[in-house]
Structure formats: structure tokens, C-alpha cells
Design a binder for this molecule. Structure first.
Ligand code: IMP
Ligand code: MG
Length: 171
């Protein structure tokens, strides 16, 4: 394994994830929410956030990919889909790992939006604003970061490093 320089430590991640979970609960309280975890990157974020969420939830998974190594191919592939009946007239929250160029987010918003949810918001753990190519923003962001390729806490470099409990940069 290469040396990884820590960028966001476990304690800060935990604290922010708890904060987001509470913000969402304050917003939705008595209503059921469908959380969509985008695989594979958002899996740790989704697990931690949902364990801290106090309301009623359903959980769905979507799998999209656009990256090969450190470069986005710009082409989105949907490898796992969701059926409309699980989304229509429901409060939906998409959980993403990171917004980079914004291509994936735009695709997700349209794909789920077309299924006519009652409400739809996007929560992303990380945001690399500088890299945006598509005019789109997440509704809630955990941490805004510089233009660095990060790994850990679900995020990979060629499928490696997802299991790191913190977010870091390969040295
Ligand atoms: P976008 O479509 O360019 O916004 O890319 C979004 C997807 O690319 C994210 O959901 C990640 O899976 C991946 N990605 C973007 N930046 C990074 C990074 O720094 N580390 C690991 N994966 C990344
Ligand atoms: Mg992703």
C-alpha cells in the first residue's frame, strides 16, 4: 500500500456525519424517507449516516460509474437500477460520496427525478467545486475540498483504499 496523507480524520468525519443526520431528521421527522446509496463510493457514508438517523427509512442502492483510474470518462454507466414504485411520491435523499465534474450528479438527479418523487435532495460527503463542468450543486455537503484526488472512507483509486477509516491523498 502506498503512503496516504490524511486530509480528514475519523473524528471529524463522524462529527459531520452525525450533524448531517440530525439536520435531515429535523427536516423529515414524521415522514418516511427513501435513502439511495450510490455504490460503491457512498457505502461507508450511508451506513454511518443511517445508523445515526432516528426516523423511518427505506434503503435503495444505485450503481453508477464514470471513472477509470483518476480520470472521469465523462460517460455514465448505470449498473444497478431502481424501480419507479420505490421512488414515486416518496421523499428521496440521494447519498453521494463526492461531486467532482458534476456529471454523475446531473445524471442521478434526472434519473430519479423522472420517477416523480414527492421531494428529492442530494447529500454529498465531499465536494470538489473547482472541478465542476456541469452547473449543479448538492443540497448538503459534508466537506468542501481542494482539487485533490482523495481515497478512503469508501472512495477508491482503481478499487483500492476504500476501507481506510479516514479520507486521504496518495503520496
Ligand atoms: P463526477 O461525475 O465527475 O462528478 O464524478 C463523480 C464520481 O467520480 C464520484 O461519485 C466518485 O465515484 C468519483 N470521484 C471523483 N473524484 C474522486 C476522488 O477524488 N477520489 C475518488 N473518486 C472520485
Ligand atoms: Mg460515486
Amino acid at each position: 500500500m502506498n503512503k496516504i496523507k490524511k486530509l480528514i480524520n475519523e473524528r471529524d468525519i463522524n462529527r459531520r456525519v452525525k450533524e448531517i443526520s440530525e439536520t435531515l431528521y429535523d427536516e423529515y421527522k414524521d415522514e418516511e424517507v427513501v435513502f439511495i446509496c450510490t455504490l460503491k463510493g457512498a457505502v461507508f457514508f450511508a451506513c454511518d449516516l443511517l445508523k445515526k438517523y432516528k426516523g423511518d427509512v427505506r434503503i435503495e442502492f444505485l450503481r453508477v460509474s464514470s471513472y477509470s483510474g483518476k480520470d472521469s470518462t465523462g460517460k455514465i454507466e448505470l449498473n444497478l437500477s431502481i424501480s419507479k414504485e420505490n421512488i414515486e411520491n416518496k421523499n428521496v435523499i440521494i447519498l453521494e460520496d463526492i461531486v467532482d465534474t458534476g456529471t454523475t450528479l446531473k445524471f442521478l438527479k434526472e434519473y430519479i427525478g423522472d420517477m416523480k418523487p414527492k421531494s428529492l435532495i442530494i447529500v454529498s460527503l465531499l465536494d470538489k467545486k473547482e472541478r465542476r463542468k456541469v452547473d449543479i450543486e448538492a443540497d448538503i455537503v459534508g466537506f468542501e475540498i481542494e482539487d485533490l484526488f482523495v481515497v478512503g472512507y469508501g472512495l477508491d483509486y482503481d478499487q483500492k483504499y476504500r476501507n481506510l477509516p479516514y479520507i486521504g491523498v496518495i503520496e
